[in-house]
Design a protein around this ligand. Sequence first.
Ligand SMILES: *[C@@H]1O[C@H](CO)[C@@H](O)[C@H](O)[C@H]1NC(C)=O
Length: 340
Amino acid sequence: MNFSGTLRINKFACFTLLFILFVIIYWRSNGGTYPTDKNEIINLKTLLTAAIHAAEYGGRKVVEGTNRDLNIKSKGKTKEGVNDPVTDADQASHCVMFYGLTKTFPKLTIVSEEHSINDRKCEDQEPFNTDTPPPQHRMIEDMNNELVFAKDITIWIDPLDATKEYTEGLYQYVTTMVCVAYKGIPIIGVIHYPFPPENPQTYWGWLAKKTSSNVANVAHQEEYKENPRVVVSISHQGKVSEMAKEAFGPKTTVSNAAGAGYKVMGVVNGTYDVYLHATAIKKWDLCAGDAIIRTVDGKMTTAKGDYIDYSPNADVKVTEGVLVTRYDHEYYLSKISKRL
Ligand SMILES: *[C@@H]1O[C@H](CO)[C@@H](O)[C@H](O)[C@H]1NC(C)=O
């Protein structure tokens, strides 16, 4: 009888089993990422889960900030001479969102509106949960895994959109946002409304897959082309209201609102037909909304009709104007392109 053969096989089987176990443990402790340097694999499902946690955690910091001295500083003035403030809440939210995501996915490129301040406590964040989404978003657990290379991913975060309105107590406009771009294309967007604190809301879209269940279906209505409901920015108004009326006709209704996240969501939920922005705007203000509007088959383009590139080395500013619609994008684009 030859015992050594079976022994060898068993040894081999044991070794293989141990190796697989080791890989699984290593993988889980790395937040669902494989540690193979350049070609590290990221699971988009775990990224969406972590992105929701990040936006909600940031939102709690934003709410907490209202109970303290806001410590408003200015980052300068916008082109229209509007003060561009930053508060301790922007920083606190940046800390948890940026460093939380960095700890969860060390290999990913993350672009944030705010910069890191020299604060050890700030960098000392726990990784986010990548397995279990918050209770209202449990449907994600039933979605398929989707693996991509880490090098193709850029995360854009806005730790507090509509800071000026936040300092004025106009909390309804305030959002925190996380966006995942794959090769420059926004594929996952999370927009979180931290206010009112007793009923915060998170909306998300994963391109070609699903939106969060709170994103409503909106029927296409042809007659809105005749009297479109357009939303423009309060703080960067410029001449855009007039331009909208000239471009879309006298029956156009123009409303003002703050926060790019808020305005895009207004188009997503059918409150507005068009969001028109004429001045320069940063990509962290747009990316998450871009991903969500794409997921519901709407569109965000520059006023020239180009898609926005969210690669890390592209310019962070969009200067050609922005047009967001859920329906009839080409129609509205043709109307404004004559005026720009
Ligand atoms: C739709 O979005 C706008 C802007 O974000 C918001 O003010 C409004 O409450 C939303 N409406 C619904 C029904 O969700």
